[in-house]
Design a protein around this ligand. Sequence first.
Ligand code: ADP
Length: 695
Amino acid sequence: GKGKWKEFDKRDLLLTYNALKVLEARYLLKDPNTLRYIETPQMMFRRVAKFLASVEKSYGKSDNDAKQLEEKFYEIMSELKFLPNTPTLMNSGTRLGILSACFVIPVRDSMITSNGEGIYDALRAMAVVHQQGGGTGFDFSELRPKGDIVASTAGVASGPVSFMRIFDVSTDVVKQGGKRRGANMGVMHVWHPDIDDFIKAKTGQLKDTQLQNFNISVGVYDYFMNAVERSDVVPLVNPRKTKIPGKEWEYYIAKARGYITEDWIQEVILSELEEKGGAVYLDESKIITVDEALVIAEKEGAITQWVNARQLFEEIVKGAWDSGDPGLLFIDTINRRHPTWYLGKINATNPCGEEPLLPWESCNLGSINLEKFVIERDGKPTIDWDGLAETIKYAVRLLDNVIDANRYPLKQIEEATKRTRKVGLGVMGLARMLIKLGIPYDSVDAVYLSYQLAKFIYYQAFKESIEIAKEKGSFPAYDSKLYRDIWESAKSFDEILEIVGIKDKPSEYIKRLTFIVDKLDFDKLKEDRIKYGLRNATVVSVAPTGTISIIAGTSSSIEPLFALAFIRNVAVGKFMEIDPLFLEYLRKYELDNPEVVKKVAETGMIGDNLFMPKTMRKIFRTAHEVPPEYHLLHQAVWQQWNDSGTSKTINLKSEEPPETVEKVYLLAWKLGIKGVTVYRDKSKSQQVIYFGIKK
Ligand code: ADP
């Protein structure tokens, strides 16, 4: 009816100019013959809502129930309170079937294998996933090192890095439905003999040329980080020469050298032995001791060299300082906090790090727009916790339905994904929420708010996953005894401040604003989980929201603002773009004249412009001005209440020395972050995926 169209129009007006541009370029459906648009933004939200709500019917719900849910899904999307990840928006209800953004594909040390896990099988899987808009992650550590023998041809192996180049070229060639280029994460574990080549694969002269479609990360372990601190030696091991399945020997070697705690062994290996009554890592029927494993590895001739951990670490730091790559993945942290650890060890993540996944698993994401939950009460800004809880509820249900609505390109992906039903609810607009509340990003209050928000969102999402389990059953691999409640290992806020050495405490104001979170009952949550089950092995994840934050017209993910104003060159001329919240403040202080704005647009930030009011200088600090420890603190607190990963870029000023990167990497490990990436301003001529708006 007419009334409805009026409402549609009004909602389209919520979209910014940039949002409309992104939507028309990539998301709105066109008639393939005439290239005319066949939908408006509201029709797109409707298409997604309808498609995902219709899943309910296969669970015996009535048309009417599905329709009601469709309205809720439509509402949270069209009001820009929540958006699912790009593939869900683009592909729902269309011929392309992939709705998830994140995939991890195994790469075994063989050209092809009968179960489709060889190098060229992985290449094929990657192409299919990229074609439809997904991002892929790989652990290349199982590949034999360069110069090693190839028995079938009596030749010489070319090593993982050269194979990665093939994946890179293929990514260039396969455009995603013509809409965007693919993205990859390449991981190599620190024990691999080719680790030096890997570390240098994207730095120095190679930084703007090689592996441009990859983010690369070194998989490091606690034993390695401890050895770095002690300047001790660590072994490099040829994966071809050891027969330990899954290459779990690193734990044994590390234990033998005293780096790994008894706890870890106890927790992971012995509990599996007890609960499953069988061996897990070494042999199908037997677990061996660490010392035995080390002896075997030496006997196998698998250890090629002992190297100084400190030197290796400095190489990593140098590379990251120079080009942003490699980042680090903390493999022990990831596995220690992996809820379904009993299904195997995680060795890789998706491209931006927010999804540590088992081989063939995929995950679909969606993010809540925090900015929308700042409301006025008695003339003061406050947080709409009830509204937030309500949105989380429908968001989790929508994400769970994506798993059923997905058309999986490969059988292995379908099986692995449906086994755990991982979904990742994240956030965007944190920076703008903070600005609206008048809290500087680099303050203890801001970090405290992040901590409380993360806890609240995790609690509500988990609760909804239990609710859905009551109705539709738990994920098939759910084991109520073995499932690990990750909140039991969350660091407290005080602990986190202590690690960074910050003495300030959160204010009474921020404690009052978030007191509702302190009342959440996690013991009851656990009871309910055990009683009713759980629908999804993971429920939250902090994604970068590179494009969906543009559609929502808010700041990306948990990042600070990147620029307050900048000049954009487009075909028809030069445009100055100003952050609307910044403009609002300029108006308040009667500073909204072109001269002031032009000055800010030159650098994107206020900087030390003393003519600007102090309040504005504090609240509008941008990514490169925020001290690195505050970047890390936000990432660390979001990671505590997160059963997947937290994607974040630790932005640094261009003049920061390599020592800063070193500090950041060590601190990230101590803070319990799962993966860390730095980006030093101007260190590359172009950047892989993000900062797309600051051209
Ligand atoms: P969006 O905002 O488009 O939903 P994000 O920026 O939050 O996406 O990224 C989430 C994940 O989506 C990434 O970690 C990656 O797995 C995938 N992804 C992002 N950009 C691309 C791309 N260009 N090609 C393939 N996958 C991508």
